[in-house]
Design a protein around this ligand. Structure first.
Ligand code: NI
Length: 176
């Protein structure tokens, strides 16, 4: 397994729409394992393949707390079948937008179908943090970021800040 570099805002890769996975094979499982390792290292609770530069409809989630054994989930070609009327608010963050958090309102529960790590069709009725996390990650597969769900004013401020950070880090720039 290996840790992959994370794609950070405002990299346009994050706006790509990911393509469906056609075959669940060893290569795909290796990518999923690398994504899990990258996510644990960050640390984070969810990661979409596009965040490591792979425009494929694949995401990983692990909501286990620090004192609990790992509970990795791999979702391939996930699709939301149903969203609840009831909504909930979570403070969200994103490994592609480090150190920025904002409250986002989303459906409180979703039913999702997906292929698991073995390519088997599964369905999950998710609530709470899992529902929010799945929606956040599935958004990534469609080129959508959680800052798209906050006010334009706040979003513009975040994007501006990250554009400046990227510029300051650009190669060829001397940093003493
Ligand atoms: Ni994210």
């Amino acid at each position: 397994m290996s840790i992959k570099p994370l794609i950070i805002l405002p990299d346009p890769i994050l706006r790509q729409v990911s393509k469906p996975v056609e075959r669940v094979d060893g290569d795909l499982r290796k990518l999923a394992d690398d994504m899990l390792e990258t996510m644990y290292d960050a640390p984070g609770i969810g990661l979409a393949a596009i965040q490591v530069g792979e425009p494929r409809r694949l995401l990983v989630i692990d909501l286990a707390k620090e004192d609990e054994p790992p509970a990795p989930h791999v979702f391939i070609n996930p699709e939301i079948l149903e969203s609840s009327e009831q909504r909930s608010v979570y403070e969200e963050g994103c490994l592609s937008i480090p150190d920025y958090y904002a409250e986002v309102e989303r459906p409180a529960a979703v039913r999702v179908k997906y292929l698991d790590r073995d390519g088997k069709l599964q369905e999950m009725q998710a609530e709470g943090l899992m529902a929010t996390c799945l929606q956040h990650e599935i958004d990534h597969l469609n080129g959508v970021l959680f800052i798209d769900h906050i006010s334009k004013l706040k979003r513009d401020m975040v994007v501006k800040k990250f554009k400046k950070l990227a510029k300051d880090k650009a190669p060829g720039k001397m940093v003493g």
